[in-house]
Ligand binder design. Structure first.
Ligand code: GH3
Ligand code: MG
Ligand code: MG
Length: 309
């Protein structure tokens, strides 16, 4: 575990370094509050800090306030203030500035060790909480079978993308893509094979789009693709890329190699405004998709440009 020791007094700094190294910490030293703040602001900086109260530039409480300010979103930093101040008001002021604990000088090694252990315990609890929150966030926004965006997430991304396209004065295009005769895949090969096909189609779609495009599972075997900064002059080619990515090579599921195809419907919105609800855009893409289906499947259709003007 890394620990920052900030102390302007070189003798105490190095004594503390030796003690903490004996405890097994990897010690990083700072000579003043400003240097300490800079080290703690690094993304790979230490998350445990032992800070002297009295320091030039930024003192301990000022440093605490600064760290709490810039670290509201990032990983938590556990701060122990090192102080010769014993008065209750001083201690309250230090804790209110954002310190988690304090220890009075001269400190007993056993007490120091125990208090830092407490800090490590809190940090490890916090790490588990953050991890659990991230897992929940992932599950709430991703489809469990294919790991692409789920319906709610891709629709919310679509709204944000449209709003961004207005600010940037760019077009956004939307593609709906539906697997052809997918029911037969299930009927003839079983649901598990059907699931493998869905996963592989999702993987291929993800790999065909650019990093700033988004792919989501819109329904059972239907996918929604958002193409940012894509106007109607390139939409047709992009839709064709999507179609070809699926039809080009069979999908291998267990012992079988299945020829799978998708039908693709696209629409582009060059000048989106809030008067054009997402539902209308999706309905228009759906009309195009329906046309691709009725014209024989494994093909693409692009709807007329959608504007409110
Ligand atoms: P079309 O070419 O007209 O799109 O025909 P289709 O058979 O693909 O369309 P239909 O809507 O009749 O059937 C879709 C099938 O997709 C029915 C449903 O059981 C299956 N399906 C939906 N979600 C899943 C899933 O998560 N796993 C599997 N294996 N099948 C699914
Ligand atoms: Mg289908
Ligand atoms: Mg369908």
């Amino acid at each position: 575990m890394k620990i920052l020791v900030a102390d302007d007094d070189s003798v105490s700094r190095h004594l503390m370094q030796r003690t903490l190294q004996k405890f097994g910490y990897e010690v990083i030293l700072a000579e003043n509050g400003r240097e300490a703040a800079e080290i703690l602001s690094r993304s790979d900086g230490p998350r445990l800090a032992l800070i002297d109260w009295m320091m030039p530039e930024l003192d301990g409480p000022e440093l605490c306030r600064e760290v709490r300010g810039f670290h509201q979103e990032g990983e938590y930093i556990y701060i122990v203030l090192l102080t010769s101040k014993q008065s209750s008001e001083d201690i309250v002021a230090g804790l209110e500035a954002g310190a988690d604990d304090y220890i009075t000088k001269p400190c007993q090694p056993a007490e120091l060790r125990a208090r830092l252990h407490t800090g490590c315990r809190i940090l490890s609890l916090e790490e588990k909480l953050v991890q659990a929150r991230e897992e929940m966030r992932y599950k709430a926004t991703h489809d469990a079978l294919t790991s692409i965006w789920n319906r709610a997430a891709i629709l919310s991304l679509m709204q944000s993308e449209l709003e961004r396209s207005v600010r940037e004065n760019k077009s956004t295009s939307v593609i709906l893509c539906d697997i052809d005769h997918f029911k037969q895949v299930n009927d003839n090969h079983g649901h598990l094979v059907g699931d493998i096909v869905l996963q592989e189609v999702a993987n291929r779609l993800k790999s065909i789009v650019r990093s700033y495009d988004a792919v989501g599972r819109y329904g059972g075997e239907e996918f929604l693709i958002l193409l940012s900064h894509c106007d109607d002059s390139t939409l047709e080619a992009r839709a064709e890329d999507v179609r070809a990515a699926i039809a080009a090579t069979p999908i291998v599921a267990g012992a079988e190699a299945l020829s799978i195809s998708v039908s693709v419907g696209g629409v582009s919105c060059p000048k989106w405004s809030p008067e054009l609800p997402m539902e209308r855009i999706l309905a228009q893409a759906d009309v195009a998709l329906y046309r691709a289906k009725s014209e024989g499947r494994n093909r693409t259709a692009v709807a007329d440009i959608l504007t409110t003007a």
